[in-house]
Ligand binder design. Structure first.
Ligand code: ATP
Ligand code: MG
Length: 382
């Protein structure tokens, strides 16, 4: 947590040392909207090494002119005024060039509502007409939208993020530029895209953002999300991150495009849940045993949200609670006992017969009782 009160102290210290310094970006925007802020960014003409002489710092982004200042128990990202250099592959700027001018620094920023400054008396300084846009609830690029999106295509997704976070409109020229340049998103790194998507999904006005993503056809350039976004924009309640992706991939014939940089764990879970949902199963003992409670509940939730089925939640929970057996470890006859009875050494056959017995028990064709299992073994293992 960092507070404006402490940020003011940081500004004072920088000014005392002869530098200019302002609070900038999201913190100013959120302050004017009377919303809580995640973090407070400070912009200054002091160079990183100069900032480090005044405060305890961590060199978190020296490449971009940023150091994290530790002040009391709080943290602030302090960045030197800069003009961004050329962009390669529509990604990050190749190099940063420091600037002496705070006006140049705000002009490199993405949207007018993110280009406001605030001094140590919390007076707002506006070089980009950000206050008007804030009042009119408008997301508009600073400068020519086409040029700004050509510099960094991720800004297009950032427009939807701020829409999802704030519920604002995207200004018409900005929106048209997004529609024209949407394919440039193909060149943005998958990590940056996923990061921004997750922020969009979590916003309180996500539905508004999804609608804009569909009208600007951005949903067509996000691999595997097209049908999902078309569906979700008309839903009442918005899904959280996991159900969002599972719904989209279920509607994408269960295919998760490689382009998404999910962790292996997430990809695996999304894949299983999407496949299970598309099987439209009856959540019987066998399915519950095979997939586990969590995946079954998720698949059920997704199918319910997709209007494919009733919400079977409590039935699923009941079935699970009453499963006659939850794993082969619960068999009343242990592996060593099976080997004793048969006189055979451990091998693949053992696992097979255990599985077979579990399935019979799940189908109520066999009882999980020591004597019954013994007889079954004697009859079935040659
Ligand atoms: P949040 O509430 O999500 O933190 P924020 O406005 O603080 O919103 P950050 O991603 O933390 O957004 O970025 C801080 C500031 O840096 C932004 O307000 C904006 O001025 C600038 N900025 C960030 N990313 C870009 C970008 N891709 N292009 C131009 N300016 C950017
Ligand atoms: Mg921020």
């Amino acid at each position: 947590m960092s507070t404006l009160k402490t940020a003011k102290n940081v500004l004072f210290e920088l000014k005392k040392a002869g530098y200019e310094a302002y609070i900038v970006g999201g913190a100013v925007r959120d302050h004017l909207l009377k919303m809580p802020s995640n973090d407070i960014d400070i912009t200054t003409n002091a160079k990183p090494f100069e900032v480090s002489k005044i405060f305890r710092t961590i060199p978190t982004g020296i490449k971009y002119g940023t150091v994290t200042v530790l002040y009391k128990t709080e943290k602030f990202e302090v960045t030197t005024y800069r003009i961004d250099g050329t962009y390669t592959n529509l990604r990050h700027p190749d190099q940063v060039t420091y600037s002496d001018s705070v006006i140049e620094d705000v002009k490199r920023r993405d949207f007018t509502i993110n280009g406001l400054l605030m001094d140590e008396r919390l007076q707002v300084i506006d070089h980009v007409d950000g206050r008007t846009d804030l009042k009119n609830k408008m997301i508009r690029t600073i400068g020519d939208p086409k040029q700004r999106f050509e510099e960094d295509a991720l800004r297009m997704l950032r427009a939807f993020y701020f829409q999802s976070k704030l519920g604002f409109q995207i200004e018409k020229e900005t929106r048209n530029a997004i529609e024209d340049l949407r394919e440039n998103l193909n060149n943005v790194s998958s990590e940056r895209i996923l990061n921004e998507m997750i922020k969009i999904i979590q916003g309180p006005h996500a539905k508004k953002a999804y609608k804009s993503m569909v009208t600007t056809k951005v949903h067509e350039v996000l691999p595997g999300l097209k049908k999902g976004l078309e569906y979700i924009q008309n839903m009442e309640e918005m899904p959280f991150v996991d159900p969002f992706f599972i719904m989209c991939f279920a509607l994408n014939d269960g295919v998760i495009p490689k382009a998404w940089s999910f962790s292996n764990k997430h990809r695996h879970r999304y894949q299983q849940a999407a496949t299970l949902a598309n099987m439209k199963p009856e959540f019987d003992a066998y399915i519950l045993y095979t997939y586990g409670l969590d995946l079954c509940l998720t698949a059920n939730k997704v199918n319910h949200m997709l209007g494919r089925s009733e919400n079977l939640r409590s039935e699923i929970e009941q079935t699970y609670k009453h499963l006659p057996i939850q794993s082969e470890l619960d068999l009343k006859l242990r592996a060593t006992e099976i080997m004793q009875i048969t006189g055979k050494k451990a091998g693949a056959w053992l696992k097979d017969i255990q599985q077979e017995m579990v399935l019979k028990i799940l189908k109520n064709e066999l009882k999980n009782d020591k004597d019954m299992l013994k007889s079954y073994i004697i009859e079935h293992v040659k």
